[in-house]
Design a protein around this ligand. Structure first.
Ligand SMILES: Nc1ncnc2c1ncn2[C@@H]1O[C@H](COP(=O)(O)OP(=O)(O)OP(=O)(O)O)[C@@H](O)[C@H]1O
Ligand SMILES: [Mg+2]
Length: 535
């Protein structure tokens, strides 16, 4: 049982958690929601024991496992050893196997005197293997790898040869393999394609342990969750709702509607009483006590008016183009790329014209990110050529915030783009909700959604005419996601983007899709939405 009592947390003068208490019972599945920057990840880190709170206490079940939101930037993945070792290590199975193997060897070479002792140890080692599920372990591990759709990973592969994305997924495999009494997951579907995310949802639904999961993925919260914990960004307190995310919406929708209704009724009553009071005033001294009692009633009603929750602060943005490019923006000719013997794509050719909006679609591992990187010359091609048109000015949004220098402050990072115009820099940062002292915050301490907002703010400052975007909406909360989608919908330049966010695509109104890995361009219409969701 997880028991969290009266947590308190501030960053400097900023209050994040105020008296937060909750429990997650064995087998219970709780979804933690809240807007970007509310403090969800901070709270989960405290729960996982990786961060100190200013007050309060946490009592954890005997076994628990934690997956960070920014795992790509956190080391901790063993670089040595095989995938099998790394995964087995989560339960101590790797040492048990080593012990067993070394004992077998010793027994083979032992003389009579030691043998008895060794055999006894050997029997114990066998028991441990049994207890730790050694005989099913490979199969279980392979099942998890297949479920998360990790292409090209075998148990004997050295961890050091895996790509960043593969390592991230492997960390999740390891956690699920460990199968602790409590899973603490911070936006685990961000780096999964839709099929793998769907698999994870089902896995979590059937999971026997307890779960505390942060997600902006409403589908996931609808399927695997038995209660919703909402971190309120105004009160910094936690609200608890029984049931799934949809249940939460009805409950809070109802509560909000009820509040609004009460407020309206009270307002009507107040205005009626005011009129009466005014009328009585005309009678002068004769009606004074009557009037006073009515005024008192008005004051009472006014002070008991329910406070409607403020609407979350919204980002307000547009993406300006500083100078238009030539008509032909980009020409890709017979592009081929392989990593070692693994072919990613072969002989892809296409053109991009000014104002075109092209969405790149394909399953995980189909080479979408690689394609973008080769187009920009970040990753070399094996063959083929990319020709950029005249006056093309690229804005690149890299997956997992690769484009940000984590040691910089927000202001420093943004003013590098436009060093001579701090006023504009501050004003654009403000629209992305980096106000006041917040601009001096170190990037490595920003929340997931805030890092995305900063990367987008940099792009706005730069005024590019070709946007190359790799999953730009993953870390954003639902409101920001729509605002960014709409702003890009109004963008005047050319867009090439990877995404599987269907809502985002609707806002974007693309004209064509580029299907990977075959590299075919098709005309976009709504029929492709399902394909997008799967991609
Ligand atoms: N070390 C720190 N110093 C100052 N501020 C910090 C620090 N760490 C986090 N913050 C701020 O605290 C707030 C909460 O951060 P947290 O990462 O917990 O948010 P979150 O709810 O997980 O948001 P998201 O949905 O964007 O991931 C953010 O505004 C963040 O910038
Ligand atoms: Mg977070």
């Amino acid at each position: 049982m997880l028991q969290v009592n009266r947590l308190q947390l501030s960053y400097g003068a900023r209050l994040i958690l105020d008296n937060v208490s909750f429990t997650v019972a064995p087998g219970e599945k709780a979804g933690l929601i809240g807007v970007n920057g509310a403090g969800k990840s901070s709270m989960l880190k405290i729960v996982a024991g990786l961060m100190e709170s200013d007050g309060g206490s946490v009592s954890r079940p005997r076994t628990f496992g934690y997956l960070s939101q920014d795992i790509a930037h956190e080391e901790g993945t063993a670089e040595q050893g095989t995938v099998r070792d790394f995964v087995f290590n989560s339960t101590g199975l790797d040492t048990a196997v080593q012990e067993y193997e070394s004992l077998s060897l010793q027994i083979a070479n032992a003389d009579g005197n030691d043998l008895e002792d060794l055999l006894e140890h050997f029997a114990q080692a066998q028991d441990s293997l049994e207890r730790l599920g050694y005989y099913e372990a490979d199969a279980r591990c392979e099942e998890l790898i297949a479920g998360l759709n990790i292409g090209g990973m075998t148990l004997d592969r050295a961890v050091s040869t895996l790509s960043g994305g593969q390592k991230t997924k492997l960390a999740l495999v390891r956690l699920l393999f460990q199968s602790p009494e409590l899973l603490l997951l911070d936006e685990p579907t961000n780096f999964l394609d839709v099929e793998a995310a769907g698999w994870l949802m089902e896995f979590l639904q059937d999971y026997r342990g307890a779960l505390l999961i942060i997600s902006h993925d409403l589908d996931l919260l609808d399927r695997s969750i038995t209660k919703i914990l909402r971190l309120n960004e105004f009160t910094h307190q936690l609200e608890e709702y029984r049931g799934t995310y949809s249940n939460y919406l009805t409950q809070t929708g109802d509560a909000q509607a009820l509040l609004e209704k009460t407020k309206k009724q009270q307002e009507r009553e107040i205005s009626r009483l005011r009129k009466t009071s005014d009328r009585l005033r005309r009678f002068g001294a004769t009606r004074v006590s009557q009037r006073r009692s009515i005024d008192r009633r008005i004051a009472e009603l006014e002070s008991s008016q329910p406070d409607l929750p403020q609407e979350s602060r919204r980002i307000k943005i547009g993406f300006p183009v500083r100078q238009q490019s030539s008509q032909l923006v980009l020409m890709a000719e017979q592009l081929s790329k392989s990593y070692g013997s693994k072919e990613i794509f072969n002989n892809i050719s296409f053109e991009l014209e000014r104002g075109q909006r092209l969405v790149v679609v394909g399953l995980n591992g189909a080479g979408k990110t690689t394609l973008l990187k080769t187009l920009l010359g970040v990753t070399p091609l094996n063959s083929g050529e990319v020709i950029m048109g005249d006056r093309v000015h690229v804005g690149y949004y890299a997956q997992e915030n690769e484009g940000l220098d984590y040691e910089n402050t927000v202001l420093h990072e943004a003013s590098d783009i436009l060093p001579d115009n701090i006023k504009r820099v501050r004003s654009i940062l403000g629209r992305f909700l980096f106000n006041g002292e917040r601009v001096f915050q170190k990037i490595k301490t920003l929340s997931g959604g805030e890092k995305t907002r900063l990367a987008l703010a940099k792009m706005v400052l730069d005024g590019p005419n070709l946007l190359v975007l790799d999953e730009p909406t993953t870390h954003l909360d639902a409101t920001s996601r729509n605002i960014v989608g709409e702003a890009l919908g109004d963008y005047n330049g050319t867009i090439l983007t990877v995404t599987h966010d269907v809502e985002f695509v609707r806002n974007l109104k693309p004209d064509s899709l580029l299907l990977m890995p075959e590299g075919r361009i098709v005309h976009y219409d709504a029929r492709y939405d399902e394909l997008l969701e799967r991609a």
